[in-house]
Design a protein around this ligand. Structure first.
Ligand code: PMT
Length: 402
């Protein structure tokens, strides 16, 4: 059965340029089984047509607080009771401020006060407006009230600025909407997940690192949270916002990640090593910036091996169910299975990082998953979809381990 089957979603659209994507969003939510009704604010009408939204949703679009067509002429109460989820996408700085302050001066703001359904917002605005202290304080207020903040994403904006403030892609929004309906199979469980790259200092201004963006690890954290787990996310330096509800531990080097991982893994049910950890670090970090010398064209760095975090977790007496990743450019299955045994893991997820459309710093991934006696394929999809499937596999394997 589709995860959104028969779920009633109110999609509320406010006045941002990203509103042009909403007919596609309605279509995709319906494809996943949802019943979708659309609320349009006055300014949203400048960006998307009611008629298109009516055609794709199959319902007349609601845009007025006092609606003579609605039962008892109170459309907001009807919709508020009907909804299993209210998704506001795009959500402007204005609606965010109105929600934070409890205003009720139009259909949407009134609906949000009148509902007991979960509310999720997908912010979309200029990057400066997103970073404005007023917006950030309003967002913090909404987070405190358990309103889910989906995004925003970073990139080039309609106004020409570059930065945080883009509405998440339709795919991503559909996938994140499923979190409200994911069966809570992991309540009472603590999952520890590493994500992102490590940075190994050379001197005060230089370091060795890699191309991991943290997207796969953060998607896993989100998927585990969706399924009800308590999540500790040990993250190398990345440009991502931690999923709401995760306990974020920021680290930089492999040694720091090692220390935090071993401390938290002892209390964990599941440990997932998704981080791309540097295998080596510089033996002696220079105290001052290393100077370039005109008479020397070569320079040597003396490297020493970093501890293997996931192998050390797997060696704990109170070992959690331990999952590794394998990033391989050739003989993917063979090398991954060798790592599974060598590091004494319970499960390994192998990604072929030679493919440019998956793995490092991509929005998509595909995984071959191995236990000692089983094998699963997770086909190419967005990292949030892949993460949801991997979390389901890990949960089942952990349950069956006896
Ligand atoms: O972050 P993204 O841009 O989303 O990209 C995701 C990813 C490609 C980084 C991720 O899917 C992934 O494959 N992570 C593991 C990358 C890696 O370091 O692979 P490896 O084959 O070198 O290491 C094998 C396993 O040992 C990994 O679980 C790794 O976390 C772990 N390891 C490695 C070295 C070390 N010193 N300690 C470790 O725990």
């Amino acid at each position: 059965m589709k995860i959104l089957q028969d779920k009633k979603i109110v999609l509320a659209i406010t006045g941002g340029i990203a509103a042009y994507k909403t007919p596609e969003l309605v279509r995709r939510l319906k494809e996943q089984g949802a019943d979708v009704r659309v609320v349009l604010t006055a300014s949203a009408k400048a960006f998307v047509s009611s008629l298109s939204l009516q055609a794709v949703s199959g319902y007349a679009v609601a845009d007025s607080l006092l609606d003579p067509q609605a039962e008892l002429a109170m459309g907001h109460i009807e919709l508020a009771k009907w909804a299993d989820l209210i998704l506001i996408a795009p959500a402007t700085a204005n609606i965010i401020a109105k929600l934070a302050h409890g205003l009720a001066d139009d259909l949407l703001s009134t609906l949000c006060l009148a509902t007991s359904a979960p509310i999720a917002i997908a912010p979309a605005m200029n990057q400066q407006m997103w970073h404005a202290p007023a917006t950030q304080e309003n967002i913090a207020t909404l987070i405190n009230r358990q309103i889910a903040i989906l995004g925003p994403g970073a990139g080039e904006q309609a106004c020409g600025d570059v930065g945080l403030g883009r509405m998440l892609d339709v795919d991503e929004l559909v996938s994140l909407s499923t979190q409200f309906f994911t069966p809570k199979i992991l309540t009472e469980q603590h999952w520890v997940i590493t994500a992102g790259p490590t940075r190994e200092a050379i001197d005060p201004v230089r370091y060795i690192s890699n191309h991991s963006s943290g997207k796969m690890g953060y998607a896993l954290a989100q998927a585990a949270l969706n399924a009800g787990a308590k999540v500790s996310l040990i993250s190398g330096p990345v440009a991502l916002t931690a999923p709401q509800g995760a306990h974020l531990i920021n680290v930089s080097s492999a040694l720091e990640m090692h220390q935090q991982s071993l401390m938290l893994a002892e209390q964990a049910d599941v440990f997932i090593a998704c981080a791309a950890v540097a295998d080596y670090r510089v033996a002696e970090v220079a105290k001052q910036k290393i100077k370039k010398h005109d008479d020397n064209d070569n320079m040597q760095l003396n490297l020493v091996k970093n501890p293997d975090i996931v192998a050390d977790v797997a060696a704990l007496t109170a070992k959690p169910f331990t999952v590794g990743f394998a990033a391989e450019t050739q003989k993917v299955a063979q090398y991954a299975q060798e790592k599974l045994i060598r590091k004494n893991l319970d499960l390994i997820a192998a990604n072929d990082v030679a493919q440019s459309n998956q793995g490092f710093n991509s929005d998509n991934n595909a995984l071959q998953v191995f236990t000692r006696d089983q094998q699963f394929e997770i086909p190419l999809a967005s990292k949030s979809k892949v993460a949801a499937q991997l979390v389901t596999i890990i949960a089942a394997q952990n349950n069956n381990k006896g």
